[in-house]
Write a protein that binds this ligand. Structure first.
Ligand code: FAD
Length: 307
């Protein structure tokens, strides 16, 4: 089987979510990666199991990226195209599926078993086994679900690649990247400290940031907190926000409404801190602390700082 992996890069290196997608593809068959723009060396892709990298031009819009990936798939005679299930991966995957007249399996969470794939359904409350019925398939992999590929130690050959990409359909006038202050981007973060309305106001977020700093975590929040402007919208997790699957999710002063859980219930370990012992979040927690966040969180931070 021949696969194409669509790779996004940051500072010349493949993103973590893209490396997971590349490793997933390499597990299915011989994999060629497609990158748009800057790349340092092979961007870490040979180590993820990729044999060749096709490097296209920089600064493409979503539809041009889809054309680039589709052209690479045609050139390579690929049966499968794999993208990360993130903002750009989703925008590209659907367009590539239409171009290739391929089935689209979105949000895969485990390595394939033969021709079967596991994906989340009902906002992560259940999983489904699916299989493609078309000759060609486009698959998106959920970040932090499949895990990083075991390093092969190999280096992939990088070749310049171009195709008829058409004109830009969307012009970016200004791009402002959310400041994560040196923390991992939320969809890729392995450790997340999240807080809700129980924090009472934005002036109290210092203790949330303090705990996140102590363990090297990324911060997140519940929807009302971003709706009322206590925290930026890019931190909002849940059904209508970002869905994440970190190794550790610490929820502070969040009630655990079903719409919130929909975005975080794939986390490997959930720790809930809430002063209400009846808070629904405790039912989904691996560890729960019943107590006032303003007392518990500083003590936790202090304990982590001692370690
Ligand atoms: C269509 C739809 C989509 C939605 N999508 C999302 C979504 O994507 N994400 C999301 O988060 N929500 C979403 N919601 C909103 C969701 O239903 C809840 O209203 C929301 O998650 C509640 O946020 P919260 O837990 O921060 O606040 P609250 O429900 O007000 O809970 C605050 C919690 O803090 C606790 N607390 C208070 N003081 C302290 C203290 N000192 N120490 C410790 N604990 C304390 C309280 O006991 C309580 O459990 C959606 C709702 C709808 C209708």
């Amino acid at each position: 089987m021949k696969c194409i992996a669509f790779i996004q890069t940051k500072a010349g290196q493949a993103s973590k979510a893209s490396l997971e997608a590349a490793g997933f593809a390499a597990g299915m068959g011989e994999t060629t990666a497609v990158v748009s723009g800057e790349l340092t060396g092979d961007g870490g892709l040979g180590n993820a199991g990729v044999s060749r990298v096709l490097q296209g031009p920089a600064d493409l819009d979503d539809s041009q990226l889809a054309r680039l990936v589709s052209a690479a798939a045609t050139q390579e005679g690929a049966d499968v195209v794999v993208c990360a299930q993130d903002h750009l991966g989703k925008a590209v995957a659907g367009r590539v599926a239409v171009r290739m007249q391929a089935g689209l399996v979105a949000g895969v969470t485990e390595a394939p078993e033969g021709a079967q794939f596991t994906r989340n359904v009902f906002s992560g409350k259940a999983s489904a086994q699916v299989k493609g019925t078309t000759d060609k398939l486009v698959i998106t992999t959920t970040p932090n679900a499949i895990g990083m590929p075991e390093g092969t130690g190999a280096t992939a050959a990088v070749e310049a690649f171009n195709a008829d990409l058409g004109d830009r359909k969307v012009e970016v006038l200004e791009a402002a990247q959310p400041s994560t202050e040196g923390r991992a981007p939320l969809p890729e973060a392995e450790l997340v400290v999240s807080a809700g309305r129980g924090m009472k106001g934005p002036e109290n977020w210092g203790i949330v940031e303090g705990l996140a700093d102590a363990i090297g975590a990324t911060t997140a929040c519940s929807r009302p907190v971003s709706d009322i402007g206590w925290r930026p919208h890019h931190e909002h997790v849940g059904q209508t926000g970002i869905a994440i699957r970190p190794n550790l999710y610490i929820a502070i002063g969040i009630s655990g409404a079903i719409q919130h859980l929909a975005g975080v219930n794939g986390s490997k370990v959930i720790v809930v801190i809430n002063k209400d012992p009846e808070a629904p979040f405790f039912k989904a927690a691996d560890y729960g602390i019943v107590g006032d966040a303003f007392e518990v969180v500083p003590k936790l931070t202090e304990a982590f700082q001692v370690l």
